[in-house]
Design a protein around this ligand. Sequence first.
Ligand code: ATP
Length: 269
Amino acid sequence: MKNSLSKPTPLPSITLNDVGGLQEEMKEEILQTLSILKEPERSVKMGIKPPKGILLYGPPGTGKTLLAQAIAQELKANFFSASGSAFNEMFIGVGASRVRSLFTSARKQGPAVIFIDEVDALAGKRKPNGGEEGEKTLTELLVQLDGGHDNDGILFIAATNRKDMLDEAFLRPGRIDFSFQVPLPDTKGRREIIDIHIKGKELSDEVRASLDELAESTSGFSGAELSSLFATASRLALRKGRTVLLKSDLDYALDRTILGSSSRALLDV
Ligand code: ATP
């Protein structure tokens, strides 16, 4: 555990163009934020404070982690990543010490992006009778995010499916400067995501001709589900000894994905 928090995660080479379905306005805001972070001295001269913390919120599988990775790559920053639940411990002080060690490692190896997924497990609203350990861990996170520390060269990115569960103090500007909603993609977004996931794949003409229709008929699918759709179809083609993906592979994968989602929905009930 200590090692995984103190070492950056190697990232595949990705850019913002590998994240499909981002709304134009959001893309622009992200690009603007990146340009401020790339030239912090210039921004400070112009009276603009470089942002320290960003929150990405939205349903599972919509590309929040992917987006955080793309931001880190654009900034040529080391990527330190952890799940909020990795800080939940029974023993008083262990979670807080993990938070400290994560920030200390990132400061030593800056520029760095610290990414915490499922941040609600770490920065959830404090409950009157909540555990002392959780409270201590959150307090440590707030301390580490505050100005008392030299966080130049560190960008904190948190992701959650439950923004409503987050502690108000955590969301304060200076800790979290921007919140971006990453929703399920619309038809145009799904078409963009499909394009990303067919890159490098050999598709039959019939499959190529059906991609617009696929984007239209997959309402409610997340980017992760679309990605898994093509991965399943490709595995099937390979099993059948083909490199080209046929419509029958895609139809099979679609059935499997829809079946998977509906059984998950049933389990959620
Ligand atoms: P969770 O909330 O469950 O942590 P997430 O929002 O962080 O999910 P990711 O882990 O980024 O989602 O997505 C998983 C995978 O799904 C990505 O690695 C990518 O292959 C694919 N994917 C998801 N969203 C997109 C997207 N917007 N564009 C392209 N691919 C996507």
